[in-house]
Design a protein around this ligand. Structure first.
Ligand code: NAP
Length: 353
């Protein structure tokens, strides 16, 4: 396919939007048509993201009305949602309604939690407020690209960053019937996982040199993991999840433990993971324990596994902003437009951050 498909980004000054802009700047087929900012329309993108100044020297943030005009004028476009949950659904619904009225067809990948649920009730049970666009839920599928062969809906809801790492680690084991359906997960995330607005949990003096859990066994993304894992593997598993805040800016490391359902050793589990991801360009399975430094700022996921005494521990390292959000979304959008799945995403991690 030739250049260039217009791409629109929502949630403009946020961390995920910034990562989307960075990836789109080097993409061979998508080009940025607009990045919407609710709070700073008209301001220079380079002011919010000085590291992107060379890629977007004259670009300013667009208003919702300007974005709407672009989506209504382009017969096809790629709409990336990176607004907060609770905001995203109504915003995307309004933009899609305008495009439908104009006869154009944006494809959406939303990175917020708003379209990850099948029913408004399931969403409201977790987020304690009504869904912003319940009639749109059926138009979205929630999955990591590695776990779904054929997309049957026009739009995609990208799983969260922790969910992406947990799903990559656990779905192959559940699908192969290797483990009992009870996952015990411990994960550590960097501070960019909490977004741009400073809060005590992201304040450098408090977070630096420290490690602590938050919302143990009550994290709001655990139900999403259960639902996505069931859709991808056919097995409904319990997920006991203890997230931690790590003293680094980017990256996620999770360990998923489960009881083995049959006698297999470490080599057999690694072999099963390698076969499962044999055609997944971004997933690397190796005997060595994965490290976040090897994947941070890239779309790659590194996996490994160890077996002892009837228990398996699978570890996964990803970048929360890239594979867990912007990169995974671009990977989906590549597929939705019939492009090579890896287009614009193959840059390796810097290694030293
Ligand atoms: N951070 C991660 O690692 C990560 C990973 C996976 C998924 N996600 C999800 O991705 C989304 C973005 O995350 P983030 O970390 O980039 O958050 P963020 O840094 O807080 O950015 C969100 C942006 O959304 C915009 N926004 C805020 N309130 C709005 C409103 N009322 N109406 C319209 N726009 C509004 C703001 O930008 P403007 O004012 O410029 O519009 C804000 O900067 C969230 O839904 C988050 O849950 C994040």
């Amino acid at each position: 396919m030739s250049a260039s498909i217009p791409a629109v980004v929502l949630g403009g000054t946020g961390y995920v939007a910034g990562e989307l802009l960075r990836l789109l700047a080097g993409h061979p087929h998508f080009s940025l048509a607009a990045v919407m900012s609710d709070s700073q329309p008209g301001e220079a993108v380079a002011t919010a993201f000085p590291h992107l100044a060379s890629a977007y020297p004259g670009t300013v943030f667009a208003s919702q009305a300007q974005v709407e005009q672009i989506l209504c004028a382009a017969p096809e476009s790629a709409l990336f949602g990176a607004a907060p949950h609770g905001v995203s659904a109504a915003l995307i619904d309004a933009l899609l309604a305008a495009a439908e009225a104009a006869g154009t067809r944006p494809r959406v990948v939303d990175i917020s939690a708003d379209f990850r649920y099948r029913t408004p009730a399931a969403y409201a049970a977790v987020y304690q407020h009504e869904h912003g666009a319940p009639a749109r839920l059926a138009q979205f599928t929630c999955a990591v690209p590695e776990h779904l062969g054929t997309l049957k809906t026009p739009h995609v809801a990208h799983p969260g960053c922790f969910a992406t790492a947990i799903l990559l680690a656990s779905v192959p084991l559940l699908a192969a019937g290797l483990v009992t359906p009870s996952l015990f997960v411990s994960g550590v995330t960097g501070s960019t996982g909490s977004g741009r607005k400073p809060v005590p949990g992201t304040h450098h003096p408090l977070r630096h040199g420290d490690l602590y859990s938050y919302n143990p066994l009550r994290h709001r993304h655990a139900p999403e993991v259960v639902a996505c894992a069931a859709a991808a593997s056919g097995v409904t598993a319990r997920c006991a999840f203890v997230p931690h805040s790590g003293a680094f800016a980017r990256g996620i490391h999770v360990s998923v433990q489960a009881q083995l359902d049959r006698a297999v050793d470490t080599a057999a589990v690694i072999d099963a993971l390698q076969r499962f991801y044999a055609h997944s360009p971004f997933v690397r399975v190796a005997p060595a324990a994965p490290r976040i430094k090897d994947v941070v700022a890239s779309n790659y996921a590194h996996l490994s596994a160890v077996v002892a005494d009837g228990t398996v521990a699978v570890q996964c390292a990803i970048d929360n902003l890239n594979k867990g959000a912007a990169g995974g979304a671009v990977q989906w959008m590549n597929r939705m437009f019939g492009l090579a799945e890896a287009a614009g995403l193959t840059a390796p991690a810097p290694g030293w951050t």
